[in-house]
Design a protein around this ligand. Structure first.
Ligand code: ZN
Ligand code: MN
Length: 466
């Protein structure tokens, strides 16, 4: 049996105000080529000045990933020619990176080790059009953390878990939005197959630009099958870089080993060694917020939630915070969790937000029997889109449950009068017809009849004359 060995390389943009070596704005989505200067355009005679905020954020990420932070690390030049790299080299770290030897732990206790975490600058962005290629240098010089794992991952599912874990850590620490859609987090994967149980690794291929969680898992699954087929037919895997065609769902050859770049790394002469003080590390440790997995465990402990629910609530930092805020207004965490992980999350994914106190009020109204759950969902949707309070929406829509006995009795009498045959059958013993009467009453009250009261009144009215 052949089993896969997978390693990941992930680039995460650091959420600094300015770029890594100049004071240009680090901002996504601005008009092309508006956040640029001679430094990030690589004009001769300019010198880089290190942005300490980038070092801080990268160190925070490294510590959250259990890495050992090097008190002294170095910058290096990685030389290659590409239109979106105006200097002709990238400032990165090669030997002696910022941090090494980290790990994350899977649910089953297995560890995925992190080989290194280093900082480097991003390149510009090429935009391919029908008429040619355009270049936007706004991204040029934006700080990145690059994280390289050991080949400890043994399935596409584990790879996905790792990437999602990393995204949550980046968001919880405030280091990055880690939004793959915006390219704030990008992933490459190395994959090889070996005989199960064997120590001897197979030849690997690298798959580039897996820019969504879905693509990562699709590309790995495809690449496993592709390599398997070749090896089973007695063929050989070649060391090569491949791309992923997301439309066709296949990987394709980008360049072979012979075409591989020689980056001619050498120490960056324009930057001194990066030296960190103990107090700097201590300060970052002290400012470390609660991480997603810690929040999950606390939610299970404090609110009695099951693991799955806690995971769903904590997957997005904002949702977890929202839940916790709302518990203060509505003290039934399990009931609240059910609403949050379904209705609230669905609205949130559409960009709609609800105030904690409004949801708390709404759920109390439901508990008091003044509004049915079904109607409560409608109210919730309007709360999210209009920002109105539940009471106002209920008043405007005349949604409150009818608990007025006189009103319901009139409706019930109408139904009995209009359906003499069914009433007779019911009175002769066909009790299943109760469902018909309830349905009819709900229709006539637009679902607003208080079910308990309706049952009582119907029961009494039908009994008369039995
Ligand atoms: Zn600049
Ligand atoms: Mn890199």
């Amino acid at each position: 049996m052949l089993e896969p060995t997978i390693g990941l390389e992930i680039h995460i943009q650091l959420q600094t105000r300015s770029k890594m070596f100049c004071s240009c704005k680090n901002s996504y989505g601005d008009p092309p080529n508006t956040n640029i200067c001679p430094v990030c355009l690589g004009h001769p005679g300019t010198l880089p000045v290190l942005n300490w905020e980038a070092v801080k954020l990268a160190t925070k990420l490294a510590l959250a990933l259990n890495c050992k932070v090097n008190m002294e690390s170095y910058f290096a030049r990685k030389n290659y020619f590409y239109p979106d790299l105006p200097k002709g080299y990238q400032i990165t770290q090669y030997k002696n990176p910022l941090a090494e030897d980290g790990f994350i732990e899977l649910r089953n206790g297995k560890k995925i080790r992190i080989e290194r975490l280093h900082i480097e600058e991003d390149s510009g962005k090429s935009i391919h059009t029908e008429d040619g290629t355009l270049i936007d240098f706004n991204r040029c010089g934006v700080p990145l953390a690059e994280i390289v794992t050991k080949p400890d991952i043994s399935s596409p599912e584990e790879a996905l878990f790792f990437l999602q874990f990393l995204r949550k850590i980046a968001v919880y620490t405030g280091v990055s939005d880690a939004d793959m859609e915006k390219g704030n987090m990008r992933c490459d994967a190395n994959l090889s197959l070996k005989q199960e149980g064997s120590k001897k690794m197979g030849t690997k291929t690298e798959v580039k630009n897996l820019n969504s969680f879905k693509f990562l898992s699709k590309a790995l699954k495809y690449e496993i099958q592709r390599q398997k087929k070749i090896l089973e037919q007695g063929g050989k895997i070649h060391l090569e870089t491949r791309g992923f065609d997301s439309k066709k769902g296949v990987t394709f050859l980008m360049r072979s080993k012979e075409e591989a770049h020689d980056y001619r790394y050498f120490p960056e002469p324009d930057l001194p060694p990066l030296k960190l003080a103990d107090s700097f590390i201590q300060e970052i440790k002290n400012s470390m917020p609660e991480l997603h997995w810690q929040k999950e465990e606390r939610f299970m402990r404090e609110f009695g939630l099951d693991r799955k629910t806690a995971e769903v609530l904590c997957a997005e930092k904002e949702i977890g915070n929202f839940f916790e805020e709302t518990v203060k207004f509505y003290g039934k965490p399990k009931e609240l969790a059910n609403w949050t992980k379904t209705e609230v999350l669905e609205l949130w994914n559409q960009g709609l937000k609800i105030r904690p106190e409004s949801l708390g009020t709404l759920l109390k109204i439901v508990d008091d029997g003044k509004l049915s759950r079904l109607k409560a969902k409608e109210v919730l949707e309007e709360m999210a889109s209009s920002g109105k309070s539940p009471e106002i929406i209920m008043e405007e829509r005349e949604l409150s449950q009818i608990s007025d006995e006189k009103k319901l009795r009139v409706t019930v009498e109408e139904i009995i009068k209009e359906n003499p045959d069914k009433v007779e059958k019911y009175r002769k013993g066909k009790k299943g017809l109760m469902g018909f009467f309830i349905g009819e009453a709900m229709k006539r009250t637009e679902g607003r009849a208080n079910p308990k009261l309706l049952n009582k009144i119907l029961g009494e009215a039908l009994k008369n004359g039995e």
